[in-house]
Design a protein around this ligand. Sequence first.
Ligand code: AMP
Ligand code: SF4
Length: 469
Amino acid sequence: MESWNEECAVVGVYNVDNASVLSYYALFAMQHRGQEASGISASNGSKITTIKNNGLVTKIFTDRRLAKLQGRSAIGHNRYSTAGEDSINDAQPIFARYDLGEIAIAHNGNLTNAKEIREGLIKEGAIFQSHLDTENLIHLIARSQKEHLKDRIIDALHYVDGAYSFVFLSRSKMFVVRDRYGLRPLSLGKIHNEDGSIGYMVASETCAFDLAGVEFVRDIEPGEMLIFDGAYSFQNSQPQSIKVFESSPFSCVFEYVYFARPDSNVFGRNVYQARKQMGIELAKEHQIQADMVIPVPDSGVAAAIGYSKESGVDFELGIIRNHYVGRTFIEPTQKMREIKVRLKLNPIKELIKGKSIIVIDDSVVRGTTSKQIIKILRQAGAKQIHLLISSPPTISPCYYGVDTPDKESLICANKSIEEVRNFIGADSLGFLSIEGLLRSIAGDKQTFCKACFDGKYIDTYTLTHTKGC
Ligand code: AMP
Ligand code: SF4
């Protein structure tokens, strides 16, 4: 895919001593959203300092490096891996100097008209340093004729379309914006400073608040901008809010299926509870006689608990995960993906041997993981293996920031369910229906994106009132 802003996590911290340290904790809590690169930009009021690198949060931010990130405001970013490109230039935040001073930007999502904007800017002489859609924003802000940064950001946002949770840091202010669809999650939290003043954190997931001891306030609304601007911005101890776009909610259901942490609340619903309910709905839709139900750890655990509760089939942890191995999906070659599944997951043979098993995982993408899991369970002596997936078949790629392969590589887009069953080698295969998924998240068809499951994308081009440069 022609995109480099996959998934990812963003954080912003304002009016707090050592804002970079809180950003660090938040990024650590959100490491699951991106393991390839991480960065923090901090402002001490007169200068923005940025440190970013490839690797995990704990590896990059040593005490010595954090000490260099001085100031009471900071923004941070975790970058998810995409095959082939690991340039440090593609790590965020992106920093630039321009006529109004200094600016740093962090972005979670994917701008659907980024290529078109970039080509227009290049024709006009702009020079780019990265593959990031986010860099377009720097150019658009620098070119805007508006006097204030807030208005320049709003100007720039009218050119871009797609999914974004943006956090902008200037030397004295912080701006936070969520796209009009609210595709990616973004929440606001409050920090009670020791001197009685109030500080703020915004983060992609609420698990970041829990680790940093931050009080959840609310989700940032689709199309809303929050402005953090010294004492002036806090009316009734809330940052100033501007509606930049009419909201037309279309939040990503896949955050519930796989991406967000179970201890986070996204789009107003706890992820663990949603996943457990997916298991309950799965049990209602697929009744199977078996000795036990086992999850593919960790992504299938909550759904397997729900399935066991509803069906009465015993829950067992039949596969053990080695947590020291990264996620398998991100490996570039098929061979590497297969090896990594084996490194990561090991069945308990004594439990599995001679048994009929229901295995629950969250999704089938290429089918590699399922095939390998069935293989290792057969080798462990399973009598029958029924694979149930707590989401519908993935039939279309995501253009809004979740890293999915092209349609040709999505097994369910190209084979019937019977052909997929045959390919992965299971005795039976079942998926949760779209209706079951929506019931689990207490959502409706209108306000949730499920395009990877039904191919119905937002018509971004007709919804955008301005595009191109
Ligand atoms: P696959 O082996 O290609 O069928 O991928 C399915 C497995 O990858 C499932 O076990 C999921 O937990 C996981 N998965 C699904 N979507 C993603 C994603 N966007 N990024 C990383 N892992 C994923
Ligand atoms: Fe989420 Fe799928 Fe929509 Fe992408 S296409 S935003 S993964 S629901």
